[in-house]
Design a protein around this ligand. Sequence first.
Ligand code: NAD
Length: 487
Amino acid sequence: MGEAAERRVLDAVPDGLLIGGQWRPATGRREFGVEDPATRTQLRTVADASAEDSRAALDAAVEAQPAWAATAPRERAEILRRAFEAMTKRADDLALLMTLEHGKPVAESKAEVAYGAEFFRWFSEETARIAGSFSTAPAGNLRLLTLKQPVGPCLLITPWNFPLAMGTRKIGPAIAAGCTMVMKPAKQTPLSMLMLAQILREAGLPDGVLNVVTAEDPSVVSEPLLADDRLRKLSFTGSTGVGKKLIEMSAGQVLRTSMELGGNAPFLVFADADLDRAVEGAMIAKMRNMGQACTSANRFLVHSNVAGEFTERLVEKMAALVPGRGTEEGVTLGPLIDQAAIDKVDGLVSDAVSRGAKLLLGGKAGDGPGYFYEPTVLTDIPDGVRLTCEEIFGPVAAIRTFDDDETAIAEANATEYGLVAYAFTADFDRALRVAERLESGMVGLNVGLVSNPAAPFGGVKQSGLGREGGAVGIEEYVETKYVALPT
Ligand code: NAD
């Protein structure tokens, strides 16, 4: 792709924090560096906000809220539509920028830009359809009117694994509903969000509606804002541990929260499954984003009649992946995000192997200087090893076998998480029976990718609260007000 193109997209990222429509430096001009995880070199620096900057961002959001709530839905819809078109037009630059800061192969970054942009198109279309209701009380003595009103200023916090789409999935419905925002992207991948904010400004988003605060220490944003009674909502995507802490901090203001948290997805392959489909689904569910997705298949549960063939074919496909810098032609496997990720994945693999798991492929960090980890396949996983309980967040497939449906379902549900589950079977009755009994917010039946802007994304149990996307996605950003009138 060339150094000149890289320099050009990096230079195009606006400098500073976006507060009240102005790009301005952080207090004391503090900055922190953003690294390319494939080379460990610094790409550029961004502003490092203080608590004072965070409060200024909330001030701007609070000031902009009344006028923004009063805009015509069509006006908000058209801003989203223009931003969708601009993202689509600039998809190559956005994808290159994302690959530089995140590491995923450019083809995957392009897929994320397209997916991320679709949230703007979807919520642009939903904007004009936010509607309350009018009815008569059963006793006939009252008219019941319900209004849908914007929640108010929101704090949006996103993770590094999908730097753009996790943002548009929140910003899209917030704009549609008429909420103002303070957005805090992850410190590892702030550049895509800064670029997106610039696109939204060019699409006509009024000053103060979206404020972006980058910070190396996230508590400079969460501590002052979650204690401030002008903030009306927190929407968080990230780990369950941090999510729990933020829920506790939100309790003081009884803040509305939406939580998209971690997962531990089971991937069930029944004896009657179409194995071509199952292996193809496994590659997507396991290896997309180098295994760093909340929806990543974490535990493969395969019927013992087909486990040998499934495993052999999966090993062959995983071994054929081409690691490297995501900007390079032909690369299909990028680096993990940082050294902590390598250490975590390696610790989980070592724990499983030391307790008797069989290593069929990989099992160690790849060649540097970047944070590479070899595609890894483990079988004969004993009970209770850490990688069946914790999110692996890396390119490691752990395969266990089962002999009957009841055992498979019980094992699939034996986790405190409940985001997504996958099941592969050619039997329609079994597919529905299993889908009904899996304790997860989403189920992929004979498919390894469930995410879609028109569908409600979210989890049960400790995977979260609320849904993003689909017709219900907007509900997270509106309050229902009831007005009573006499008949
Ligand atoms: P993380 O929880 O470490 O961080 C997520 C975000 O929270 C980052 O912006 C981080 O800076 C911020 N943060 C951390 N501590 C904070 C604090 N005290 N106050 C305010 N903000 C704070 O998660 P991560 O490592 O960035 O992302 C990976 C995790 O996200 C995984 O657990 C993954 O499953 C989850 N995830 C969930 C979904 C979903 O939709 N359910 C989607 C993507 C990722």
